[in-house]
Design a protein around this ligand. Structure first.
Ligand code: BG6
Length: 487
């Protein structure tokens, strides 16, 4: 079966997308590759301008060459592709310290609209800079006139804000306050690219479009849930940023808690952004906060050997954690959620496994619990482990795997998360973006760990690069008579 590109046929309104931080790593490795791909597949609005703002002195073509060279993802671009993309591209040299300069950009954009017979554009702004620059940029947007999209054509302005959205609850609240001073919640798109991954979106479909799962989706039938995000790479060129954040803030607050919310939420009344976000919020608010005592027994942290070389100095920052938490809602009472992530491990693998209870009484020797695994990446798939009779004259059990692999089932390239999210941003669809209260609820939970004095006192387990992570994490889960599940 081929993939569904329904968005392709939708008519996107004339759009100007301005990216702040256009010369950074995020732009080179994620945004530009996504936009180039969208251009190639004719997924961009017919009337589209892309304004890339950076401090370096480039012309449009030089900027594109710079990005191609810098990007670890863009392999090669044919001259036809380059030419096609350059039709959209405006590189604008601007320093956020010089707010006045952006009036020039505002005039340029107004001139562009005038030249098109005063055709109005949606004005979209992407904050792909360091969070410390967000305040300056919002000020620039307001003072330069860039926010003025023409109302008589019902054109809109929207902003998309990259993670990290704050470093703790306090700073996240301050950021929300800042953005909500200039924009309405409906104009603010807080991104979490994991939510845009194909297989993460499939979680809601699997749960709510199959009558099979929902009756079993509770503490009567589920023993525990595991979410593992294993990464092969170390911190690479992001050492300075990562050392400030660590695995908890880099991964738990956003990607892992978003996946957890989608696994644990109730069925929303409908598929509007408001309803989906309300249900996710209920889960995030119900996460059991950590206390000093719980931290000692329910959390393991680690750091890969050689990390201090990467960050060029002493550091106690965790590059790995494994923790156990609970969702204090009736559906999940007593069901542990084991969450873990780590850098510099032996493989890249993101998966969520739902471990059902073993049959109350097993007539046969060797019944194992059913396990439903959502493999998010790299090989997108859904697996269900079942007990099956081993063919032969005796009655012995064998654990078989019902597998639904995307590679075998679907032909074609699965759209990347950034492509989907950029399209949603252009269409004004907020369903895959995070609301202010969700962000704050997630930080509240993470703060109960990261801002707890006990967290610093926990032993930092050093693990070998390319290993499974610290042995302490395996020993710790074994105490609950479990082992980490990887298929
Ligand atoms: C980012 C984190 O949000 O996601 C990185 O800051 C991490 O540390 C990255 O490596 C992983 O994304 P993906 O899509 O490659 O799994």
């Amino acid at each position: 079966m081929s993939l569904d590109f329904h968005k392709q046929i939708q008519n996107l309104p004339p759009t100007i997308l301005t990216i702040f931080g256009a010369t950074g790593d995020l732009s080179a490795d994620y945004l530009m590759p996504a936009l180039l791909h969208m251009d190639k597949h004719r997924l961009l609005p017919e009337d589209f301008k892309l304004v890339c703002v950076g401090r370096r002195p480039f012309n449009h073509a030089q900027y594109l060459d710079y990005i191609i060279k810098k990007s670890g993802v863009i392999k090669k671009l044919s001259s036809a592709q380059k030419k096609s993309f350059l039709r959209h591209l405006i590189y604008f040299e601007g320093d956020f310290a010089d707010a006045g300069k952006f009036q020039v950009l505002a005039r340029q954009l107004a001139d562009h609209e005038a030249a098109k017979g005063h055709r109005c554009y949606n004005r979209l702004f992407y904050f792909a800079t360091k969070p410390q620059q967000f305040a300056a940029i919002t000020h620039i947007l307001k003072s330069s006139g860039l926010l003025m999209a023409c109302a008589e054509h019902k054109r809109q302005t929207r902003v998309l804000v990259e993670k990290p959205f704050g470093f703790n609850l306090k700073s996240a609240r301050a950021l929300n306050k800042l953005f909500l001073k200039y924009f309405l919640e409906e104009q603010i798109y807080r991104i979490d690219h994991y939510v845009g991954k194909e297989t993460v979106q499939n979680l809601m479909v699997m749960r709510f479009a199959n009558s099979l799962f929902e009756p079993l989706w509770n503490n009567r039938f589920i023993d525990h849930v595991e979410i593992s995000v294993l990464e092969k790479d170390g911190v690479g060129g992001r050492a300075a940023f990562y050392d400030q954040a660590g695995a908890l803030k880099d991964f738990l607050q956003n990607h892992i808690l978003q996946m957890l919310a989608l696994i644990a939420m109730d069925e929303p009344y409908n598929l509007t952004a408001a309803m989906i976000r309300d249900e996710k919020l209920r889960v995030l608010l119900a996460l059991e906060p950590f206390t000093a005592e719980k931290l000692s027994s329910r959390l393991i942290k680690g750091q890969y050997r050689g990390y201090t070389k990467d960050v060029k100095g002493e550091s106690k920052t965790e590059t790995y954690f494994a923790l156990k938490t609970y969702v204090n809602l009736p559906r999940w009472a007593g069901v542990p959620f084991y969450l873990r992530t780590g850098k510099a491990l032996n493989k890249k693998l993101t998966q969520i496994s739902i471990h059902f209870r073993e049959p109350v009484r097993c007539l046969f020797m060797g019944c194992a619990a059913n396990v439903l695994t959502f493999q998010i990446q790299p090989d997108e798939a859904v697996h269900l482990q079942i007990n099956n009779k081993l063919p032969g004259l005796g009655v012995r059990l064998h654990q078989g795997d019902l597998e639904f692999g995307y590679k075998a089932a679907f032909k074609g390239e699965i759209p990347g998360a950034y492509e989907r999210l950029l399209l949603d941003f252009m269409e004004g669809d907020q369903r895959l973006f995070i609301r202010s209260d969700e962000i704050e609820a997630a930080w509240q939970f993470v703060d109960s760990i990261a801002e707890n004095a006990q967290f610093k006192k926990l032993p930092l387990n050093i693990y070998t690069k390319g290993s499974n992570g610290p042995k302490a994490a395996a020993d710790w889960i074994a105490k609950d008579a479990k082992e980490w599940w990887t298929r």
